[in-house]
Design a protein around this ligand. Structure first.
Ligand SMILES: [Fe+2]
Length: 125
């Protein structure tokens, strides 16, 4: 599978979570353990945003609002690309990628009311 926006770069279908002692790696890490931890946390934040935007896009898709759905699918893709940029930086500095668990979030959608109000409120007038 080619990575979107990265011609010639191949990414595995399944990216395993890697963690462990960085002292066993063959190349010295070019960043501190604290920076590595912060970068790995940010990778999780970016993937979390990707999932939230995907859920929003799917909601609008189901509501047959294709333009809104497309907007949020694009936003989701952008967040995924952010995660990949952080991952590339981690790898380029010989850090070990440790994607944190993504917390499950319940996303509720409250659709905005129309300017004219609901049908039942118009009938009461
Ligand atoms: Fe982002």
């Amino acid at each position: 599978m080619d990575a979107g926006g990265h011609p010639g770069v191949r990414v595995p279908e399944f990216a395993p979570v890697v963690s462990g002692d960085s002292s066993t790696q063959s190349f010295p890490m070019l960043i501190s353990e604290n920076i590595l931890a912060a970068l790995n946390e940010q990778v999780g934040n970016e993937f979390s945003a990707f999932l939230q935007y995907t859920a929003i896009a799917a909601h609008f898709d189901r509501e047959t609002l294709p333009l809104l759905a497309a907007h949020f699918y694009r936003q989701a893709e952008e967040e995924k690309q952010h995660a990949h940029k952080f991952i590339k930086f981690i790898v380029d500095t010989s850090g070990k990628l440790a994607i944190p668990a993504i917390r499950r979030r319940r996303i509720r959608f409250n659709l905005p009311r129309t300017p004219c109000g609901s049908r039942s409120s118009r009938r009461r007038r």
